[in-house]
Ligand binder design. Structure first.
Ligand SMILES: [Zn+2]
Length: 320
């Protein structure tokens, strides 16, 4: 790839027609449009993200490989899930960092967020509201563990989750207290990629007959996709004649009431105060907000004394 023919336009977690490159910050489905594109732009991403995209969607994105180390393009860990990265561009107008989805608190199944000084910071806007505050992660994890152990004495416990990222987080929290959950086919496939990259997740594939069939004769814990939760809990109740307790673990537990027995506010995103923590570390001259809620987030950041505006560059970043 020749980068001499500037300007170069890079799609940011999207697939924009006029971009020669696309940055995929991580493998969640709403970020991988460029990997699905027939035009097949070269992808700036991590090997872990490419492995997940391959395992889950059966796609083979072609990675951009820089021909020189001074092409101005680099990545930083984002702390959101396996392989999640921020994009860092050094160009004539200084350094710009685009966060993608990011997380400031330490997760057990992701490298911690890394940061650098930058002139411009383009921030994901998932939680734009100062009223949404995530508590101490270790404490919330302990609540989840205690609730699970208690309910497991009385019946079957079922967690609904995104298959990628959050499911592995829940599994690692359960593994920590010696629980090996049964999981869906998709979650088991994702787990294999995590294991390949060094995360020691223990789970049973619920769709096969496990070697140790006793797991299903006794009470057990399952982790499955959100959209299967209701159906599978009804099915398990019918076949096992036991109470099936359901739960979710998501940052949206701070926003919505879910129709489950329990909800735990464990997020793989930064809340508003953590976003400010990132701004304080990066010390940008300009702050832009990106994605859904960008207007609200910019407004609330400005009110808090951090002048910000919705990103004016569309869905791309340009190296002049
Ligand atoms: Zn995400």
């Amino acid at each position: 790839m020749e980068l001499d023919s500037k300007p170069i336009s890079i799609s940011l977690d999207r697939n924009e027609k006029n971009s020669s490159l696309a940055f995929i910050s991580h493998a969640h489905s709403d970020h991988i449009a460029a990997a699905k594109s027939k035009k097949k732009p070269k992808i700036i991403s991590s090997l872990e993200t490419c492995s997940l995209i391959n395992a889950v969607y059966g796609l083979n994105p072609e990675l951009y490989e820089s021909e020189s180390s001074n092409d101005g393009i680099s990545m930083l860990d984002a702390g959101h899930m396996l392989g999640s990265k921020q994009l860092c561009i050094d160009a004539g107008n200084g350094r710009t960092v685009y966060t993608g989805d990011y997380q400031m608190q330490r997760s057990m199944v992701s490298k911690p967020l890394d940061y650098t000084d930058a002139d411009t910071l383009i921030m994901d806007s998932t939680y734009p509201d100062p009223d949404i505050k995530f508590g101490d992660r270790a404490e919330t994890e302990m609540l989840l563990q205690e609730w699970t152990e208690k309910r497991l004495d009385e019946g079957i416990v079922l967690f609904g989750s995104y298959a990628m990222g959050k499911a592995q987080e829940i599994i690692s929290i359960l593994n920590k207290i010696g629980i090996t959950p049964a999981v869906s086919r998709k979650i088991f496939e994702v787990n294999k990629v995590y294991v390949k990259y060094g995360y020691n997740l223990k789970s049973y594939p619920a769709y096969d007959t496990p070697d140790d069939t006793s797991i299903f004769s006794d009470n057990f814990v399952g982790v499955i996709e959100n959209n299967m939760l209701k159906r599978v809990s009804e099915m398990l109740y019918a076949s096992h004649k036991k109470h099936v307790f359901t739960a979710v673990a998501t940052g949206f537990a701070k926003v919505y009431k879910f129709s489950t027995d329990a909800q735990f506010a464990i997020s793989d995103h930064a809340d508003f105060n953590q976003a400010i923590e990132l701004v304080e570390r990066v010390k940008p001259r300009k702050i832009y907000t990106y994605g859904n809620n960008d207007v609200k987030f910019a407004h609330n950041l400005s009110n808090a004394g951090y002048p910000a505006a919705p990103y004016p560059g569309g869905k791309t970043i340009t190296i002049e």
